[in-house]
Design a protein around this ligand. Structure first.
Ligand code: GLC
Length: 440
């Protein structure tokens, strides 16, 4: 039986509670999507379902995998007022940076936003405008090889010290047995936003704070933060390959998934790929919280992506309709099952099909809902500069160019300066005044 297009549209789109804003047919929209893991395919599948159901066309524009490079591209396009992209995939740290170029999606969402995690909706609301709809959330997690831990009768590490020791022991034993390619621990050490995420986890879990406290004061210049960075530096060339200093997410996954690492720090998306039919480590992978520091605290950086409509789109209402469809419970369920992309809608975490595909969504629910935000709300337009100062300082410690105390001592006043500029831009004159906003 062939369904009439309008009926197909109603069936597919009915679930997101949206009425078609108009009857436009045959319009071409462009959406930018990343291609980390299955991102591109899943984005394209969803976009084509919408296109087919509504009689429009959607072209997926692929953007750089590195969030830092993607931001630069967006800033270039949006800064020029270009209408090349209608719907943008936006990192959780960008609403404050990109808000002037994005439309308010509240009218199109028509209340659908209320089902999403409140903290993300708040994050995406800038000056009272909902500039992006949550698409998926992220938090740093630890992947481990169940088979190797079992072989050496080792436990899943609960602390960084245990991870360091276990990784070194298994790496040495495997190499002695002829497995020359095996490394203990892979992560994201390249000088980019991903390093900010990794380093924030090391520092926060060591009790060294989250860069900026909830009163807006820079806290990074402290001995615990320095100890965390020194520990990470000690991994480079011992349990982590020297090349880790150039790894982003996909490089780390490549090593882990080909069977050449005991542990990996990554985001949840790596799960569905590690478990795919042709993965050499299928069924030998575990996912748990990142290790705790000496004070017993574990920390995961909050990540995640949103969809936004460019102010320069020539079809803003249709673009907003596409966004409400792609961020709907149906689409988030499909993406969670097929690609381990964490929904931003709490109710989906109790669905048996979602949990069957991703058992750790249940055991790590707290990790996902209590992840540590980067200070992007606080820094507003200046966030990327702030983060870049941080990852550069961390990078110089990892590469052995500077000691951790020295790097952090130089970093703190730079961050102070950037936050001061952000406060001035936001019209706050009272320097370091207590502030009721969250630490995000
Ligand atoms: C992931 C996170 C994103 C973060 C990026 C860093 O994509 O979802 O929030 O900025 O990694 O590499």
């Amino acid at each position: 039986m062939t369904l009439a297009p309008w009926l197909l549209a109603a069936l597919i789109l009915g679930g997101c509670g949206q009425e078609p804003p108009d009857r436009a047919q045959g319009v071409l929209l462009r959406i930018s999507c990343g291609s980390v893991g299955l991102e591109y395919t899943l984005c394209n599948d969803g976009a084509q379902r919408w296109a087919q159901a509504t009689g429009n066309r959607v072209e997926v524009v692929s953007t750089p995998n590195s969030t830092t490079e993607r931001l630069a591209l967006y800033q270039q396009l949006l800064g020029a007022g270009a209408d090349d992209i209608d719907v943008l995939q936006v990192d959780v740290i960008w609403p404050g940076i990109l808000a002037p170029h994005l439309l308010d999606l509240a009218p199109a969402a028509a209340g659908a936003e209320e089902a999403h995690f409140k903290a993300i909706i708040e994050n995406n609301t800038v000056d009272g405008r909902l500039v992006a709809m949550p698409w998926y959330t992220d938090a740093g997690v630890l992947y481990y090889r169940k088979d190797l831990l079992e072989k050496y009768a080792e436990n899943v590490p609960g602390t960084w010290a245990e991870l360091t020791e276990t990784a070194a022991r298994i790496q040495a034993a495997e190499r002695a047995a002829g497995n020359g390619k095996l490394w203990g621990f892979v992560w994201q050490g390249r000088a980019y936003e991903g390093l900010t995420c990794n380093a924030l986890e090391w520092v926060a879990s060591h009790g060294g704070g989250t860069l900026v406290d909830n009163r807006g004061r820079v806290t990074i210049g402290n001995p615990r933060a320095a100890a965390a960075l020194e520990l990470a530096a000690s991994w480079v060339g011992t349990i982590s390959p020297p090349g880790v200093l150039n790894y982003a997410e996909e490089e780390a996954r490549g090593v882990f998934q080909s069977g050449n690492a005991v542990f990996m720090r990554n985001w949840p998306y790596a799960w569905s790929l590690a478990q795919s039919e042709d993965s050499p480590i299928r069924n030998n992978v575990g996912v748990t919280t990142l290790p705790a520091g000496p004070g017993g605290k574990s920390a995961a950086t909050l990540g995640g992506w949103q969809l936004a409509v460019s102010k320069y789109s020539r079809h803003p209402r249709l673009a907003a309709w596409l966004v409400t469809f792609l961020t709907s419970p149906e689409e988030q369920t499909r993406r969670a099952i097929a690609g381990a992309y964490n929904p931003t809608i709490a109710a989906l975490y109790t669905r048996p099909d979602v949990l069957e595909a991703n058992p750790f969504f249940d055991s790590l629910y707290e990790t996902f809902t209590h992840a540590v935000p980067r200070p992007s709300r606080r820094a507003g337009q200046r966030y990327n500069e702030l983060s870049s100062e941080f990852w550069s300082a961390v990078s110089s410690v990892l590469a052995g160019r500077q000691s951790a105390p020295e790097a952090l001592e130089q970093l703190a006043p730079r961050l102070d300066h950037l936050l001061q500029a952000a406060r001035e831009a936001a019209g706050e004159t009272n320097d370091k005044a207590p502030d009721s906003r969250s630490g995000t």
